[in-house]
Each structure stands twice: as C-alpha cells, then as structure tokens.
Design a protein around this ligand. Structure first.
Ligand SMILES: C[S@@+](CC[C@H](N)C(=O)[O-])C[C@H]1O[C@@H](n2cnc3c(N)ncnc32)[C@H](O)[C@@H]1O
Length: 409
C-alpha cells in the first residue's frame, strides 16, 4: 500500500518547483544559477526524518543534534537562508569552495553551482554530521564532494586556496586561516556575530583587511571547538517562568547588581514619533543601535515576565538595550492604530537615570530614522593589533583575532 504522501499529487519535483516560487517571492533566490541548483538537488534525500512537504518548506531548518543543554548544534539549514547565502557568495562554474559546517544539502547546491570543473570541500567538527553528509551526498549523486572531519578554525589547508569560503555555523570571529586560504579575489560568506547580532556578511579582501559587500539577517547554530564563544547572560530576574536577563557579547561587562535593582523600579516611557509598518523589517535599526550605543546589550524575557509586568516586551532573542552604569533602557513598539498596521518606536528606562537613558535611546532611534533608515552599514575586519588610526569611523569591536568595525557611510 502506498504511503499517504506517495498518494498526494505533490511529488518531490512539484514541491521543489513550489519552493523555488516561494524563494523567489522571499527574495532569497535571485539568479538563474541558484534557481537551477535548487531545482536539481533533491532536498528530501538529506532530511529523511521529516515529511516531503516539511523538507520543501522554505523556512524549515531540520535539527539533527542538540547538546546536553538542549541547544541546537547541528541542522540542515532552512532553504531560504541557504539560497540567500549562495546568492551572497556569487559562486561561478569552476570555483573551489570550502563549506564550514556540513549538512550535505548545501554542499550539493554548491556542487551544482561550481559544476564538474569546480571542487567542493565541506568540513564539520562532528563525526555524526560528517557521516550523515557523506552518506546523503553519495545517495543523491554528489559523491565528488570532499567531506572531512575538522575544526573550521583551521580552515582546510589541503584543498586550499578557495575562491569562496561559506561558513554555515555562527561565528564570533574570523580566524586567520580563512583569510590565508582565500584565493585572490575570493569571498568569505559568514554568519558573524557582533554585539549579540548575527548577520551573514559577504567579505572580500581589500589590502590588509576584509570589507563587506553585503549582509543579510540570519540565525545559526553556534560554533564549537577552538572558535566557540557564547554570549554571556546577566540574570536580572530569576523567578521560574518569569526570567529576564541581559545578553552581552564581546567581553562587555555591566553592573549586574545595579541593573537588577533598576529592573525592580517602575519604568519611564518615552516615545519617538518614529513609526514603522507592521510588515516592515527593522533589523537595520538594531544594527544602528549596536553601532551607536556605547554599552549595548539585548534584553531577553519570557512572555510570562511581560504578562506579569516585569518588563513591557518579551523576546527570547533579545531586544536592543542601552546601558549606562546602573540604568538601562530598551526599545519598545506600540501600535498606532487599532488595526495594528503601524507601530511607533519608544524606550522603557529603568534605574536612577531612567529618564536620561530612555531619552538617549529615543534620540538614537530618531537619528536612525533621519540619517540611516534607508542606508546600509559596512563591516570591516582588520587584524588584531591594527591601531585605532587605521580603522574607519564607527563602532570598533575587538575579537580574538580581529578588530571588527561597523560604519554607516
Ligand atoms: C547549520 S549546520 C550546517 C548546515 C549545512 N551547511 C547544510 O547543508 O544545511 C552547522 C554545522 O556546523 C558544525 N560545526 C560547529 N562548529 C564547527 C567547527 N568549529 N568546525 C566545523 N564545523 C562546525 C556543526 O557540527 C553543524 O553540523
């Protein structure tokens, strides 16, 4: 007897065509080359644990492993983000490409893009991921992809140099090996975390540093191994179910006790007059705030903490927050009409300087609206040890191997 799915009219080929239409609509597939790759590779072969329709759902990442804390550490990424990153990479036939983080499917897409004259190497730190990727790649007819067990921190010296290095795991820094193994005119596409925010950044060499060509909002499982670097969480309220904390990055320090006391004080609300449509993305505002605010964090809170009035907004990912010693202010949205089609940005301030920090945050929001709303930031990556006078104007974030800057031309 046929399975339920085999009886439905949606064959894998039809679902793949439907996926392409959706990826085009989402702006993730932009070129004929990436479209042809998505059409060619049977994604369902790489995710046999989910149904055919889930395999071809554009936003569906398929988790393949969690760590002991329940954090996702391995997955086959969502088709939308894979297509976006491949467009960022601008892979052409004949290129040599390194993928860091192996799920199999993305390496097969890359194999389609580089064609028979190119070479694809994919490395993963997890032997299970390597086994899985090798098995499914062979099954789908992409046995020519080299899949190797290695920590991405060292790149893959044997098959270097690479025209493209595509990192498919959340990175906090750019290790020197990636730059050393990049061919002349090469490009690195990497989900880079800076000040708690992750953007998939396409970087190219320019003189002795890297400069971004474009970037996209994304989320990824965290890097393991030598390059592992998790965000810190400063707990502000720890009643079970009502947890509130501040996520900090890049070694930033705060007055935890002072900020805990601040949260217990009633907030001051300030509204900016800056509005946004309900469907309009505002990740650009967060990136601007991460650039402009000297002490920046992300306030994470459970829905229950919000419902009980401990904070005014809830997000497990965090909400952009300005900190000034023992006071802080976080961004908040309120609807401007009963239909909830537009929203206004504001700030909720807590602590002895609640009014001042809320005013400052609102001023940054207004500044973004006036000067940067339609603009794009530029990321640059200079080697650690580069002196300040060699860096562009903007926010400088010191990493282990590099100094990352975010500027707004
Ligand atoms: C999102 S998955 C990769 C998805 C894959 N590219 C695909 O086809 O969808 C991220 C992978 O990165 C791997 N990883 C984590 N840290 C790593 C490291 N330091 N070096 C290499 N791989 C790493 C994880 O084991 C995991 O399998």
């Amino acid at each position: 007897m046929k399975s339920e799915e085999a009886e439905t009219p949606s064959s894998a080929e039809q679902l793949r065509e439907a996926l392409i239409v959706q990826l085009r609509e989402l702006g993730a597939v932009r070129t004929e080359a990436v479209e042809a790759a998505v059409r060619a590779v049977p994604r369902h072969v790489f995710v046999p644990q989910v149904s055919l329709s889930e395999a071809y759902a554009p936003e569906r990442a398929v988790i393949t492993k969690k760590d002991e804390d329940g954090v996702d550490v391995s997955s086959v990424s969502a088709a939308r983000i894979q297509a976006l990153m491949l467009e960022q990479a601008e892979i052409r036939p004949g290129m040599r490409v390194l993928e860091i983080g192996s799920g199999g499917y993305n390496a097969a897409l890359i194999a389609e893009l580089v064609g028979g004259k190119g070479e694809v190497t994919s490395i993963d730190i997890d032997p299970d991921a390597v086994d899985r990727a090798r098995r499914f790649l062979a099954e789908a007819g992409y046995g020519r992809v080299n899949v190797l067990l290695a920590d991405g921190e060292e790149g893959e010296p044997v098959h270097a140099p690479f025209d493209r290095i595509i990192v498919t795991v959340g990175a906090w820094d750019i290790p020197p090996a990636w730059v050393d193994q990049l061919a002349e005119g090469g490009r690195i596409v990497v989900p880079l975390r800076v000040r708690c925010l992750t953007r998939s950044v396409a970087l190219e060499r320019e003189g002795g540093h890297l400069v971004s060509r474009n970037y996209e909002l994304c989320g990824f499982v965290p890097m393991q191994g030598v390059g592992e670097r998790r965000m810190q969480l400063v707990v502000l309220h720890d009643e079970p179910g009502d947890e509130v904390g501040l996520k900090l990055d890049d070694g930033d320090r705060v007055d935890a006790e002072g900020l805990r006391t601040a949260l217990a004080q009633p907030p001051v609300e300030v509204w900016s007059g800056v509005t946004i449509g309900g469907m309009e993305p505002f990740d650009g505002l967060d990136l601007w705030l991460a650039t402009a605010v000297p002490d920046f964090a992300r306030l994470a809170a459970t829905p229950s903490a919000r419902d009980r009035g401990i904070v005014a907004a809830a997000s497990p990912m965090g909400i952009s927050t300005l900190i000034d010693k023992d006071s802080f202010a976080y961004r908040k949205l309120r609807p401007t009409s009963p239909e909830r089609t537009t929203f206004e940005f504001g700030a909720f301030g807590h602590g002895p300087d609640a009014q001042a920090v809320a005013d400052q945050l609102v001023e940054h929001i207004r500044n973004w609206d006036r000067e940067h709303r339609s603009g794009r930031a530029v990321f640059m990556v200079h080697p650690a040890g580069t002196s300040d006078d060699q860096l562009p104007a903007g926010r400088v974030v010191d990493k282990r191997h590099t100094r990352v800057t975010i500027s707004w031309p």
